[in-house]
Design a binder for this molecule. Sequence first.
Ligand code: NDP
Length: 310
Amino acid sequence: MNSIILLASNEISFNQELIEYAKKHRPDTEWVLPDDERASLAKVAACWFPDKEILKSFPNLQLLHSLAAGVEHLDEKLLTAGLPICRIVDKHQQQGMFEYVLWGVLHAHRDFDRAIENQKNCLFERYAQCPAKHIHISVLGLGVLGKHVAQSLASFGYTVSGWSKSPKSLDKVNCFSGEDSLDSLLEKTDILVNLLPLSSATYHILSKPLFDTLPKGSYVINCGRGGHVKDEDLINAVTSGHLRGALLDVFEEEPLPASHPFWHTERVVITPHMASAASISVIVDQVSDNTHSLLMNQALQNTIDTTKGY
Ligand code: NDP
């Protein structure tokens, strides 16, 4: 019998895509929605904002598999229920994330918004430029994505530091770890890139105290999660002129509501959670492979540490 995977996701069109892709490319699995009569047989749930009571509704579940790199969309109760939790790790996402961050870095470093603004006034102004090595970029989070972004930026000549929970040693990247080191890193930062996972320890980390510690004129790029940012503090830091601006890809509520003040905050650039996505083939293969591993009692890939929440 095929391995049944419960698709517990609130993204209706993506669900359809996943089901069709799996039917074609992974006929050894059967992806079913919660209202399918076979759903109760599933031992694995492929999740994106699943119902908080999923374990009560489907007591046969033995593995919760995120459909994304992060697991913050799983309720705390699910994260601590004692089941293993896996996430998607798509190496190809690293390049996409680097491209996105590089776009923001160049925008700030080369003052491209100034050129765009000048064009509106037919102003041919050659303003001063600064070599990349004089720009200090700090990357929060040195995991699969942050490490690649930090090292790639360093290879472009930027002066790069990174911050993680446990100590790291990376070629051409000054590595900092632990809460006590954060302020000294921030104080020397021109461009801050957030690639932390969202957890209770990192919720609202991008808020007033952090912005106040950054030097005046610094720039913030958030491609972690919306919950990392305290929105009103960011708006205040930008509108007061303390921050030079921000590039935001992720938001607490997505799609970002039309009424949200971010849309109309000058020098805040909004993108629709598009920095980098895992490919459907990688998602379907990793969930399917982990499902087989679970059923065969073999080691699971890309499990998270449920005590740390990432
Ligand atoms: P990883 O789990 O591989 O890495 C997380 C990094 O953050 C690790 O270096 C970890 O430290 C560090 N970290 C976690 N908590 C803390 C803390 N409290 N203090 C200091 N450092 C901490 O994650 P990925 O690199 O795969 O992804 C990062 C995040 O990027 C995802 O969780 C997701 O939210 C976001 N993302 C956004 C996308 C987008 O399109 N915008 C696409 C994909 C992901 P240590 O190494 O010591 O454990």
